[in-house]
Design a protein around this ligand. Sequence first.
Ligand SMILES: [Zn+2]
Ligand SMILES: [Zn+2]
Length: 411
Amino acid sequence: MSSEDQKSIEKIISGLDTEFLTDHPMCEYCLGRLLAKIGTGIPNEVRGAEVRTHTQLTQIEPEDCWLCDGISGQWSRYASLVTTKLSDWEYATYLVGSKFDPEIIEKEETLWTEVSGEHSEPIKAEFNREVGKLVYDMTAKEVSFDKPDIVTVVDTMYDSIDLQVSPLFIYGRYRKLVRGIPQTRWPCRKCLGKGCERCSNTGKMYQTSVEEIIGREVMKHSEGIDHKFHGMGREDVDALMLGTGRPFVLEIKWPVKRNLPFDEIESSINNSGEGVEVSDLRLSDGKEVIRVKSARPEKKYRVSVSFRGQIDEEKLKEVVSSLGGKTIAQKTPNRVKHRRADKTRARVVKTLELVSYADELATLELVAEAGTYVKEFVHGDEGRTTPSIAEALGVVCKVEKLNVLEIRDKA
Ligand SMILES: [Zn+2]
Ligand SMILES: [Zn+2]
């Protein structure tokens, strides 16, 4: 202890109300915390010994302490409890927190009021720091105050450890090579997941989803308890997702493992024969969920269209070239009106090309602004989208197939 620290400590001690301290015998840790903010690098028990000798108090062991009831100084015992609990989990960063008997916290407040709270540190702060340091020594993992992988909360009343395990985020891109699979789990509308006649007791509208196909494989390796899928938009259930795929972040709740064999997971999913492929898997974070959810990328589509009645190929070519680059007005489509606000949106169809016209089936490719309802641009949605291909051709158009070819999420 520097002589300067020594002097300031002595000065404060001489101003303390020793009557309260005599009537409420405390251990050196608890006495020392009264001066915790004076000087640096001195353990509280050393400060406490100073207080005791200068005020001629009797030495009290923590287990007989009026305030802490034996908790002080037990740092390594608590640290062992924490590391034992942590040993079941994979993590890179942690934080130690604690819960105390409310009676101890009340006594501490009384002490501050009666003696001095000006230079003192709460018992909780000392506990978290001292136990945290030992856990660091024992595990060689990093402390994180900001976003720890695991928070351990020591309940000093019951010597038990509660864990809060942060989710694991995995970024990737998916391709959907079969129709009829929704992007995310879709609970049965009638029973909301409980199981009923309509869903043959599966609780689902669709038996599987992109989320479940990817989630199952990631869960196998991460040993989490649940997953949540965050896609950069979504395609219709009956549309394919081709090209380089659609970005997503999969969130795994309570993962036991965090170092995942991404190559192995990719090939298991890609070889499962379920029509979903993934690429670019890597670790991600909550920030990327926000980026992925709020991105507004242009998309390229391929759409097959049939017509009711004869059409002239020249006329089709004219219509296609006249609509490329046009801004269209789209009222909320009939098919989603029940769950979205009914309003009109302006969207730009950046390019539109006729790839082929054969056997009365036209194949078109278009690049459209984020949020464009492509099917409605084709069939016009009973006049709710205008202009549309159907409107310009003057015949009823039907979308036979829709594929997303590209999501242009990077400049
Ligand atoms: Zn004590
Ligand atoms: Zn049901």
